[in-house]
Design a protein around this ligand. Structure first.
Ligand code: TXE
Length: 469
């Protein structure tokens, strides 16, 4: 059986303990993933610490070149890694699945490689000149989730490395294997110690985030864990980038052509079987357009093939793990018990964590499927009569990662967009993130920005050189 290993100080570490990783599509054993000991956390942090100064002293140009080489490594190995992602995480190879995830890994590596944070003269007069420099923070702890395991790890590690930090990455205990393989490959072009991994669950994660030698924490995951990480950071005062998922609302303005927007709405909600932080998780539709939107979405849903994502025809895979599978089933059962209109599409295989594509109508604010983050393929569609009430509905929950407005006329949509509370408000698209465009949550969806120049700033600290003339 294939055994996967952590990388510490540029070398593969022989695991003391391991656990089995299974394919969520069929229950097949995929391989053994290591579980780090506390001592191994120490080793990884100290390898990162030892490597950091020399890495930071390299020229900015050199780090940009090495980052560009990482993009090449990802590109060359993308088919191998995409196959591993599909077998470990579940998302299909085809469509917006694991090949798409690998393209994103390449794009989000090329982005930071092409950007530069130049020193900024913030004040100058006859007597003084003050220049703000952006210097690395030191050792970054990166804690990644299981939904887009490689892409989100790349979001965390690449800006950090690009700016002269070193990293200890902990993938989710549900999806460590493909990430460990990616890190092993990336290490071929990095000096030892710049990018290290540890593995295990939250107990090992908290050893890392509370470690006194950590200078920055990058976290994507649940709100509850986010709060624990804030507490852990009292041990090291590390600044944190927190991306805590969302419960994104989409509003379809009255009179919008349902057929024209249906595909965008569908993938906005069902990307990665809904297991995406910025997916549409609540859809608000004017009562006059409700049936048209329902049936347009139903038409698309009925064309989806659900199954093992290694089959090129499959566009909808299993949920990643039992916890998530049970959670979505429970929320749909609650909607059914409350007489909602539950419409299910697609044949699901007998084995694996498969759920049908599910549209849930006749549902209202206050019901669990609307108010709780389902993180799965069940979309509640809420009717509204008054647009102001729909805006109030969209803004009423603490989660505020993304939102979207859909309309035939984007100018009309812009006015509604300006009243929505979220880190990003999309118009006629949803979840359309880009390596050059800052992304982050408002309210309970977290704080700090990723991507673009803002993302690079977030893994640096300001240092002012103040000159007396
Ligand atoms: O998340 P956790 P889980 C949401 C989604 C899902 C729920 C729970 O609704 O149903 O969160 O998922 C590590 N110190 N999202 O349990 O626990 C953990 O090992 C340090 C939305 O998987 O937040 C993993 O690596 N680390 C989200 C990572 O945190 C700790 C993506 C995320 O796990 C830790 C995933 C601790 N005390 C789930 N406890 C999004 N924003 O997209 C756990 N971890």
């Amino acid at each position: 059986m294939q055994k996967y290993q952590n990388v510490v100080n540029g070398e593969l570490a022989e695991p003391v303990e391991s656990h089995k990783i299974f394919n969520p599509a069929n229950g097949d054993l995929l391989g053994l993933a290591p579980i780090s000991t506390e001592n191994e956390v120490e080793q990884a942090v100290s390898a990162a610490r030892d490597a950091q100064l020399a890495w930071a002293r390299r020229s900015d140009k050199e780090r940009a070149e090495i980052t560009a080489r990482i993009a090449k490594v990802l590109e060359e190995n993308s088919e191998y890694l995409a196959n591993l992602i599909t077998r470990e995480q579940g998302k299909p190879l085809s469509g917006p699945g694991s090949r798409f995830e690998m393209q994103a890994c390449v794009g989000w590596t090329q982005g930071p490689a092409s950007l530069e944070l130049t020193p900024e003269v913030v004040y100058e007069d006859d007597e003084r000149k003050d220049t703000l420099h952006r210097v690395p923070l030191g050792v970054v702890a990166a804690i990644a989730p299981w939904n887009w395991p490689l892409m989100i790890a790349i979001w965390q590690i690449i800006p950090a490395i690009r700016m002269g930090n070193t990293v200890v990455l902990k993938p989710s205990e549900y999806t460590p294997i493909a990430t460990l393989e990616m890190v092993r490959l990336i290490n071929q072009v990095l000096p030892p110690g710049v990018l290290n991994t540890i593995t295990g669950d939250g107990r090992i994660g908290s050893k890392l985030t509370s470690h006194p030698d950590i200078d920055k924490i990058m976290f994507t995951g649940s709100e509850a864990t986010g709060r624990r990480i804030i507490e852990a950071s009292t041990h090291n005062l590390a600044p944190i980038t927190l991306e805590l998922g969302g419960n994104d609302a989409a509003i379809v303005l009255p009179g919008t052509n349902a057929g024209a927007i249906a595909e965008g709405l569908f993938w906005g909600a069902f990307l990665n079987m809904g297991q995406t932080c910025a997916c549409i998780k609540r859809l608000y539709v004017h009562e006059d357009d409700y049936e048209a939107v329902m049936s347009s979405l139903g038409n698309i849903a009925s064309q989806m093939t659900i199954g093992d994502g290694t089959d090129e025809n499959v566009l909808i895979g299993p949920l990643q793990n039992k916890m998530q599978y049970e959670k979505v089933r429970e929320l749909v059962a609650d909607a059914r018990a409350n007489q909602c209109d539950v419409r299910e599409f697609g044949d699901t295989p007998d084995k694996g964590y498969f759920l049908p594509v599910t549209l849930v109508g006749d549902i209202n604010d206050g019901q669990r499927l609307v108010d709780e983050e389902q993180f799965g393929p069940a979309l509640p569609i809420v009717r509204y009569r008054d647009l102001n009430a729909a805006v109030a509905s969209a803004n009423r929950l603490p989660a505020a990662l993304g939102a979207s407005v859909w309309a035939d006329d984007p100018a009309t949509a812009a006015e509604t967009a300006s009243r929505l509370e979220a880190g990003t408000i999309w118009i006629n698209q949803h979840g359309a993130i880009h390596p050059m465009v800052p992304f982050g949550g408002n309210k309970a969806s977290g704080y700090g920005c990723e991507f673009g120049l803002e993302g690079l700033k977030a893994v640096t600290q300001a240092r002012v050189i103040s000159l007396k003339k």
